[in-house]
Each structure stands twice: as structure tokens, then as C-alpha cells.
Design a binder for this molecule. Structure first.
Ligand SMILES: [Zn+2]
Length: 282
């Protein structure tokens, strides 16, 4: 089990998170003085319940080879304290802080090679949180600040390190909305699968993530270029606002960053002030 994570606090400071003291406890220390209550077994693991010195009830799961899999303290039936998961070599892979059932404090995840993958500091019901993620080689990939008034997300260009900010992002898979980037990858058009113009264009009601290549081509041929230039094409990725290097990978293809200044949100009805898709066809 690793005992030190020398770069962690520097990383947290870098993204504006307060430096924190990691709760890295040795399993032997956790169980010292603990009174074991029940032991239950399943095919994959043995679950041990125990009382901690401070009176909290905890549970710990062990693999059949005896290695510790997870530690989960509880209070009055709700998660309370620091939950941790370990891989079979003893490397910590995730850590969550809870207070009375709410995630409150740090959420941390590590890559298999021990590099920090994700860090988030939240208070209470996620009203305010700061989040950062890193590539497997330790390079900062993104950060996000969420506040009651809104959120701001930045994706870091792996070529020039410029931070491209957006107001939000959408996952285009399994959704009723379609999304396309322009050639520069800095402007998004989105539409509703129920828009009659779209249905007519592709010949039948189809979720945008299920379109055939031929149906995609029909949409691409008919769409006007973006107001700031560039054709909307399905293969266009999100790009760095500074050097135009694609922001993916590590950004998945199905993630569309949006910003009200760099987006058309088309649709039928009052919900969509940009108007129906037909306004944007040749
Ligand atoms: Zn760049």
C-alpha cells in the first residue's frame, strides 16, 4: 500500500483546490482496536463488519486471496467518513469523503499506474465543487468549477496547454439531440430528433446517434456553414481555441462542449429561441 503521494497537493493547488491532508490509512491501523461483528462471505469476497475506536460502524471487503478491497465507514446506516477502494496490488484506486450520507469533501480516483486521475472537492449537496482530471501520464486534462450561479469547465490542449473554457457540455450518445462541430471545432449546432425538418431530411424518426453514414451525409450537405465559418461535419472534433489542435483524445468523441456564444440550439417551440432546424438549412 502506498504511503505517500508527493505530487497530489501540488496538483490540487494548481487547480485552485485547497491543499488537503489525504486520509491514507494503513488497513492494520484501521482494524487496530476494532471489534469485529459479523463476517459474511460471497463467491468473490468476504465482508467484515467492525466498530472503529470512535464508535462508528464500518465494513471492509477482502478478496478471496486475503487482499483488502474496500473500507466503508458508516454512521446510523449512512455512509460517513472516508471510503476507500484498493486494487489487488494494494494500490489505492478511489477515495470518497462522506458526512451523514452526503458526499462532502474529496472525491479522488487514481489510474492503475498510481497517477491521480480525478480530484473533486465538494461541499454538501454538490452546491459548490472544484474538479480536475489528469491523463494517465500525469498531464492535466480538464478542470471544472461549479457554483450555485453556474459552472465553468476548461479543457486543456495537450499541444499548447491553452485552456478552452465552456459553459457546459453534452453527451451526444443515447440522446434525443444531435450535435455537430464546425471545421474549426469551436462552434456547435444542436437539434431535436423530433423536429419535423430533421425527420424529413433523414427519411424517418431516428435518434441522431443511430444515423447511417448516408443519413449523416444528407444532413451535412443541407446545413449552412456556422455563423463564424466552417462546415458542420460529423467527423469534426472539438478543437483548442488557440492552436486548433483537437481536444480529443482524451475528450471522448461524443462529448460536445458548448458556450452560448458559440452554439446554435435549434428546436421547435419556446424552449428553443434559436428556432427550428429549417432556419439553418440551405
Ligand atoms: Zn492548443
Amino acid at each position: 500500500m502506498p504511503t505517500d503521494l508527493p505530487t497530489l497537493n501540488a496538483k490540487l493547488k494548481f487547480v485552485g483546490l485547497k491543499p488537503v491532508q489525504l486520509v491514507q490509512r494503513d488497513p492494520n491501523e484501521i482494524f487496530a482496536g476494532a471489534v469485529t461483528k459479523n463476517i459474511t462471505s460471497s463467491e468473490d469476497e468476504d465482508l467484515v463488519e467492525y466498530f472503529l475506536a470512535d464508535g462508528y460502524l464500518g465494513s471492509a471487503a477482502f478478496r478471496k486471496d486475503g487482499t483488502l478491497k474496500s473500507v466503508s465507514p458508516w454512521c446510523d446506516g449512512r455512509p460517513h467518513g472516508t471510503w476507500q477502494e484498493f486494487n489487488s496490488t494494494g494500490q489505492i484506486i478511489s477515495q470518497f469523503d462522506y458526512i451523514n450520507g452526503e458526499k462532502d469533501g474529496l472525491i479522488l480516483r487514481w489510474h492503475d499506474n498510481g497517477e491521480l486521475a480525478f480530484a473533486s472537492e465538494c461541499n454538501g449537496r454538490n452546491e459548490k465543487s472544484t474538479t480536475a482530471s489528469w491523463c494517465v501520464d500525469g498531464v492535466l486534462k480538464s478542470w471544472q468549477i461549479k457554483e450555485p450561479g453556474g459552472e465553468s469547465t476548461a479543457f486543456i490542449c495537450l499541444a499548447c496547454r491553452y485552456a478552452t473554457y465552456c459553459e457546459g457540455w453534452d453527451h451526444a450518445g443515447f440522446s434525443e439531440r444531435g450535435f455537430l462541430y464546425n471545421d474549426d471545432g469551436d462552434f456547435v449546432i444542436s437539434w431535436d430528433a423530433w423536429d419535423p425538418t430533421y425527420v424529413e431530411l433523414v427519411g424517418e424518426f431516428t435518434f441522431p446517434w443511430l444515423l447511417t453514414l448516408e443519413q449523416q451525409a444528407r444532413i451535412e450537405r443541407q446545413l449552412l456553414p456556422a455563423p463564424i465559418g466552417g462546415n458542420f461535419l460529423f467527423r469534426n472534433p472539438a478543437r483548442c481555441l488557440s492552436c486548433k489542435h483537437p481536444l480529443s483524445p482524451p475528450l471522448p468523441d461524443c462529448i460536445y462542449l458548448w458556450d452560448t456564444k458559440r452554439m446554435i440550439r435549434s428546436g421547435v417551440g419556446e424552449k428553443y429561441p434559436d428556432g427550428p432546424l429549417e432556419n439553418y438549412l440551405k
